[in-house]
Design a protein around this ligand. Structure first.
Ligand code: NAD
Length: 475
């Protein structure tokens, strides 16, 4: 099988060692990619560093490149090829994979818009005695070479959330896509380099495992900033390993949702069934913990269970499939073991909990979950929601906040007071009212508190992170 090359200084680079990429659903071999070592990483970073000084790109050109990428992503062949690649390498159902490519397109559009309007500000120096007679303003200057390290679960749009703002900000970038799902990210990078006019020095790709290729990138002296999306364990270790670099972290989560009796709980049940199981629950804002008021708990759980039972499971390439395999059997078996443990601790299975003949873990609803169970306290990253009933809304707020994570939380309610209190009290990066915490638009600020991270993505916000403020004073 031929190796899909990486791109360093515009050249297609192969290595002697390969990583084999397999489809999580049926185990078929999809391809091989280079196992890049320190020397490849070094060449890539040095190429990016050189582009900063030798191949400057004005703001208008950067915006045009990003717009061109969005145009090409709308092309049927490009669109479908990327969606199929995602579906195969990540076992993401093809309709969800198409939605990811659509979102990627809008990430490029918003990045182009943010690039065009990126500006500094006028400083009112005259407002102080010392500043009298001086003119001052700020510029936003690129932070330098950006290293982008991305996870397996959104292998195109999360790559876009790093490459597009970096280009907009004027930062050359080296991408290391997830070791399980590198193929779609490599294709997106090739689109930028080969068809959008991005000069070769501005984007390099390296593939390999995290501890070798990823670590070499993090440790390289010429990398000014690491933008990382992935697990808290790896993310915080990167932060510790690179104390003098900018390190932006988008990490894990175990999203709670509160369902009040005055809210549209039937709609909540349907949305939670989808949001807890989309991409087999492997979304950082997948619904995991459901707190439902006692007065509607039985009816709500029945509705939720019915909706989960109606989901179509199977081959990710089948248009009807809504839930497919987890990324690997280790993770599938881990989630199954956590379900068993929860049952051992007093939870009940309303539906699911079994592994089908094709290896897909059936989407699972657990009831009577408690905070000490792993399915509540950890990030499940599997097709599972746990339901707990409450009598007092303040208890639900307290339980929702009782987590080391803090990305998104949600509440269904028709009450303005409860809405306002939720927004004030829920200690998360985003609070979604009358929809699931899984809801996200690509232009909004997105990120978490506590173990969920230390930054905000969304093109305009990522650009701010990838630039430094330079003060200019004219005496
Ligand atoms: P992961 O941490 O295992 O891997 C992420 C990336 O880091 C991969 O490219 C991997 O190869 C690399 N890596 C691993 N070890 C490394 C090291 N020592 N040095 C440098 N790089 C290293 O995460 P994953 O399993 O791919 O993704 C799942 C996690 O990502 C979940 O926790 C999920 O919640 C989180 N996530 C967060 C967001 C967000 O926006 N907050 C979005 C998607 C996923």
């Amino acid at each position: 099988m031929s190796q899909h090359p990486v791109r360093i200084d515009g050249q297609a680079v192969h290595t002697d060692d390969s990583m084999v990429i397999t489809a999580p659903y049926d185990g078929r071999t999809l391809g091989e990619v280079p196992a890049c070592g320190r020397d490849h990483v070094d060449r890539a970073v040095r190429g990016a560093r050189a582009a900063l000084t030798e191949a400057p790109l004005p703001q208008w050109r950067r915006a045009e490149i990003l717009d061109r990428a969005a145009e090409l992503l709308a092309d049927d062949d490009v669109f479908e090829d990327l969606a199929r690649t995602i579906a195969l390498e990540a076992a993401k159902p093809i309709t969800t994979a198409r939605a990811e490519v659509s979102r990627c397109l809008s990430t490029f559009r918003f990045s182009a818009a943010a690039c065009r309007t990126m500006a500094g500000e006028v400083l009112p120096l005259d407002a102080s005695r010392a500043g009298e007679g001086r003119l001052g303003f700020t510029l936003r200057v690129p932070v330098g070479v950006v290293a982008a390290i991305t996870p397996f679960n959104f292998p195109v749009n999360l790559v876009a959330h790093k490459l597009a703002p970096a280009i907009a900000a004027g930062c050359p970038v080296v991408l290391k896509p997830a070791h399980q799902t590198p193929l779609s990210g490599l294709k997106l990078a090739e689109l930028l380099l080969d068809r959008c006019g991005l000069p070769h020095g501005w984007l390099h790709t390296v593939t390999g495992d995290g501890p070798t290729t990823g670590a070499a990138l993090v440790e390289h002296d010429d990398v000014a900033m690491v933008t990382f999306t992935g697990s808290p364990e790896v993310g915080w270790a990167i932060r510790a390993a690179a104390p003098r670099k900018k390190v932006s972290l988008e990490l894990g989560n175990n999203s709670p949702i509160i369902v009040e009796p005055d809210g549209d709980w039937q709609s909540a049940a349907a949305k939670i069934a989808a949001a807890g199981t989309t991409h087999a629950g492997q979304s950082c804002i997948s619904v995991q913990r459901v707190y439902v008021h006692s007065s509607i708990a039985d009816a709500f759980t029945d509705e939720l269970t019915r909706a989960v039972d109606a989901l179509v499971l199977g081959d990710p390439l089948d248009d009807r499939t809504q839930v497919s395999a987890l990324i690997d059997t280790d993770n599938r078996d881990r989630v199954a073991a956590w379900i068993d443990d929860a049952v051992g601790q007093g939870a009940s299975i309303a539906t699911g909990g079994t592994i089908r003949d094709d290896g897909v873990l059936a989407p699972t609803v657990l009831t009577d979950v408690t905070a000490d169970m792993a399915v509540c306290s950890q990030e499940v990253f599997g097709p599972l929601v746990g339901v707990r009933r409450y009598d007092h809304l303040d208890d639900a707020f307290a339980w929702a906040n009782d987590t080391r994570y803090g990305l998104h939380a949600g509440i269904f309610t028709a009450d303005l007071g409860a809405t306002r209190r939720a927004i004030e009290v829920l200690d998360f990066g985003g609070v979604i009212v009358n929809d699931v915490p899984t809801w996200r638009a690509d232009q909004m600020p997105y990120g978490g508190v506590r173990d969920s991270g230390n930054t905000r993505e969304g093109p305009a916000y990522a650009i701010a992170e990838m630039t430094e403020v330079r003060s200019a004073v004219i005496a």
